[in-house]
Design a protein around this ligand. Structure first.
Ligand code: PBG
Length: 292
């Protein structure tokens, strides 16, 4: 779910029909509806009112995600698992997922910022933090920082095998997080690479990830399948924005039956080995799946 610091009412996301950027004031009601359907976890993305070079609003005590987590945990306590995306791209003026030095994203100085973001989310009450910037060593850095700050029980869902994908396009419109120069290929993986994905996942498990993620999902079922056979931590699959929007667009044109397509896609992701599926179709899918 997207929570937008400046929105006054739910803002429809053009490229993701049926999805909204919610003001904080609407979030509790939206999450309550979701919980009532039986969906017990939510992954939060912030859309801040202020950006700078360092992404400082990402770790502000009163940042939009920090406020959202506090409100949700106060309302739902342990009935709801709150997961937060830990990244910088929505919060930086340049739109990259890290600190930019001399026109390049600098891995190690970014780790310092990611630690601050993760701690600020944990302080607000997040159950899981989900580092998504694909910096090397981010899981270890965050694990150590959380432990040192007394948050041993806060879990890490690592975006481990995250590919440089065109399927993130609609999300970047939704979250206003597109890179203003260059691309993300120096930190996200080339989509032709299977071995590198395995290495990234192995490293994240060794560094202390509680859940590892493959992203996107549909074009990466092989990666999910191998991950499931190799690692004994839960495997999450992120059915990303572009995968959602393709189905929505074809359905709106009458070219595909949405319900059948969604159920078939989610079944395939599950069949490949996903233990958790993150999807924008979640609410609709719950009722469709329960009627099977
Ligand atoms: C932040 C982030 C992105 C997504 C999730 N976290 C965007 C990106 O890497 O550009 C994409 C999710 C989606 O497309 O649904 N780095």
């Amino acid at each position: 779910m997207f929570v937008d610091e400046t929105a006054k009412s739910p803002m429809p996301i053009n490229s993701m029909p049926g999805c909204f950027r919610y003001p904080l004031a609407n979030l509790v009601d939206e999450v309550r509806k979701t919980l009532e359907l039986g969906i017990k976890a939510v992954l939060l993305f912030g859309v801040p009112s202020y950006k700078d070079e360092m992404g400082s609003s990402a770790f502000a005590e009163n940042g939009i995600v920090q406020r959202a987590v506090r409100v949700l945990k106060r309302e739902f306590s342990d009935d709801l698992v709150v997961m937060t995306d830990v990244c910088m791209c929505q919060y930086t003026t340049h739109g990259h997922c890290g600190i930019v030095k001399d026109g390049r994203v600098d891995n190690d100085s970014t780790l310092e910022v990611l630690k601050k973001i993760a701690i600020s989310h944990a302080q607000a009450g997040a159950d899981f933090v989900a580092p998504s910037s694909m910096m090397d060593g981010q899981v270890r850095a965050i694990r150590e920082a959380l432990d040192d700050a007394g948050f041993k029980d806060v879990g890490i869902m690592a975006y481990s095998a995250k590919f440089a994908s065109c399927f993130y396009g609609p999300f970047r419109e939704a979250a206003d997080s597109r890179p203003r120069f260059g691309d993300r290929k120096s930190y996200q993986m080339g989509y032709g690479r299977q071995l590198e994905a395995l290495r990234e996942m192995e490293l994240d498990v060794m560094e202390g990830a509680d859940i590892i993620m493959v992203k996107p999902a549909l074009a990466y079922l092989d990666i999910i399948c191998i991950a499931k056979s190799k690692f004994d931590v839960p495997i999450a699959a992120y059915n990303v924005s572009g995968e959602y929007s393709m189905v929505k667009a074809a359905a709106q044109l009458g070219w595909i039956d949405e319900r059948s397509a969604v159920v078939e896609i989610l079944t395939a992701i599950k069949r490949a080995g996903a233990d958790l599926i993150i999807t924008y179709h979640a609410r609709e899918a719950v009722s469709w799946l329960s009627q099977l």
